[in-house]
Design a binder for this molecule. Sequence first.
Ligand SMILES: Cc1cc2nc3c(=O)[nH]c(=O)nc-3n(C[C@H](O)[C@H](O)[C@H](O)COP(=O)(O)O)c2cc1C
Length: 379
Amino acid sequence: MTRKIFSPYELGKLKLANRIAMAPMTRSRTSQPGDVPNEIMATYYSQRANAGLIVSEGTPISAVGRGYSLTPGIYTPEHIAGWRKTTDAVHQAGSAMFVQLWHVGRRSHSVISGETPVSASALKDPDKVFGPRPDGEYDMIETETPRAMTLEDIQNTIADYVQAAHNAIEAGFDGVEIHAAHGYLLESFLRLASNQRDDDYGGSQENRMRFLLEVLSAVSDAIGAHRVAVRLSPFVIEGFADPDPEIVEITLKILEKLSPMGLAYVHFSEHISRFETVPESFRIAARAAYPNPIMVAGKLTLEGAEDLLEKGYADMVAFGTPYVTNPDLVQRFKNGWPLTDFDADARLTLYGGGSEGYTDYAPYDPSVSERSGAPELVG
Ligand SMILES: Cc1cc2nc3c(=O)[nH]c(=O)nc-3n(C[C@H](O)[C@H](O)[C@H](O)COP(=O)(O)O)c2cc1C
């Protein structure tokens, strides 16, 4: 049966082999000092270049934008040169790649970033982040209360996004995905619980969406809107105590504003950590507000993903954890081969370390009958 998910897709000026994306996943494998992308990362990504599009792990745009140790940056010459190894390898293997531009805002601590974290307001994130313990080992550590950004900080941060986007193109990426999900900086401006500003960037919905729209418009002016995407997560409650009463309304308003901009895609992250189930009414409203490419990620199965595509709620679908343990995910889907389970061992090697649990998951070999793993994700 021909499935829409395997059909080629034109995204901006890119011709993608299929509608499957590898979702952004932080894996904390950089070289130190300097958080530099390295050969092993190039191997990891190129092993997964069967996805039409790969979205890189969250990649800080500046030192103060860092929130997790050992994550790769895109703000030094070494970062640019390091990423070039990955983009070359991925392109050679036949896939396109966007870098996810990340500023974590208040989801950080000065022991990681070297500076007091910044956010919309001086309100502490309730969750923990991956960072160094006093004994030098890495673990999940408490966040630090941020300072509220000044208007000058906001302008400087927009400039940092623009510079990071230029750096990304120089590093060989096909585009950038602006991370505005999961409680990080840009989402902290959108939500009432983290934004108590009384200037042009707080209060009304128009004001709370201003920073995000200014970033998207400045980055689009810099590298072309067709190379700019954005990730949103209105139904995820990561980094917050409670759901936001206005998040659906503000998200739909953002989609209306983005509609004429000609962005590469809008990416909805669903179904991670604490979340609410996405109602079909939202998918219908989002499609009505935004006729351009939509990508959806979050606990998708092959059948669930195909269903979203067939119903027109998504144009591309992204898989995260299935790509951790199945480097050849598209081939497994196409052939109905079982997936290697994302099990407790896989979770242990997610962040930090070397090749173990990173580049050592083998492609499926149909000549070997006994395989580990459960086929639960095959629809
Ligand atoms: C180890 C790991 C790291 C992740 N890092 C990021 C990240 O850097 N940026 C981001 O937007 N989402 C991140 N995510 C969320 C994924 O992109 C994806 O939305 C999530 O895993 C749900 O999709 P899945 O069920 O197919 O795994 C991460 C998820 C995992 C498992």
